[in-house]
Design a protein around this ligand. Structure first.
Ligand code: 6PG
Length: 220
């Protein structure tokens, strides 16, 4: 695990937006179209405010949430809604968003859409203080299946203690990313990532499924 500490959250968001812009540019020099997967939650909004203003060939970029709460896209807890509001504006409005809510074609259609968009060129994850990533929560009944190498790329999951069922990219879908970043703030999450590195068990600390090759970005 590579850990980068920043003097403050604002600096971290600006620096990470620049890093991601460089990685997107580089990936687009090798591929006609690329997919980036981005987290929901309360942390990454300022990152998207910085990234959306970057002049890139966004029309060649597919944006996918790492997971989704099964609420309507205009619901305040919708990750798709947050990405549309905070990232898909300015130059980045040209990007194509692939949402994780099943449509009329159900799980088969969603799985096919996600499968066609893989592998991920760039993955950004948040993490909970319980060491979950995406919606791979410790204690979720579906976690075991989501960690298997033969897991489907996306699956429904029922995180304990969360108000709604979710859809999440599975561990193999996340592990296939070329560049992986974990974006965390605060002392609790810093302690949690150190704990995960010691546990080294994705069943107890799902972040371990991607930690080895990831860059962790942290500010107080
Ligand atoms: C979600 C996210 C999730 C998030 C962590 C951290 O849907 O909530 O994708 O994995 O990154 O829960 O959330 P905060 O940034 O709100 O602490």
């Amino acid at each position: 695990m590579k850990l980068v500490s920043y003097p403050d959250i604002e600096m971290m968001m600006i620096d990470l937006a620049n890093i991601l812009a460089g990685e997107i540019k580089s990936a687009l020099s090798h591929e006609e179209r690329i997919t980036i997967a981005l987290p929901g939650g309360t942390t990454p909004g300022p990152l998207y405010d910085d990234l959306c203003a970057t002049n890139l060939e966004w029309d060649r970029v597919r944006v996918m949430p790492t997971d989704e709460r099964l609420v309507p896209p205009d619901h305040p807890r919708s990750n798709e809604g947050m990405l549309r509001a905070r990232l898909l504006c300015g130059p980045a409005a040209e990007a194509r968003l692939i949402g994780l809510r099943p449509g009329a074609d159900g799980m088969d259609g969603l799985t096919e859409r996600v499968r066609r968009a893989l592998p991920l060129s760039i993955l950004v994850l948040g993490m909970g203080a319980d060491m979950h990533i995406a919606s791979l929560f410790p204690g979720a009944p579906e976690l075991e299946g989501a960690l298997r190498p033969d897991a489907p790329p996306v699956l429904a999951i029922t995180p304990p203690g969360q108000p709604e069922q979710r859809m999440t990219l599975s561990a193999p879908a996340l592990q296939g990313a070329l560049n992986t970043h974990i974006l965390i703030t605060g002392a609790d999450k810093r302690a949690a990532i150190e704990r995960a590195a010691k546990l080294a068990d994705p069943h107890l600390a799902p972040v371990c499924a991607v930690l080895k090759g990831a860059t962790v970005h942290w500010a107080e």
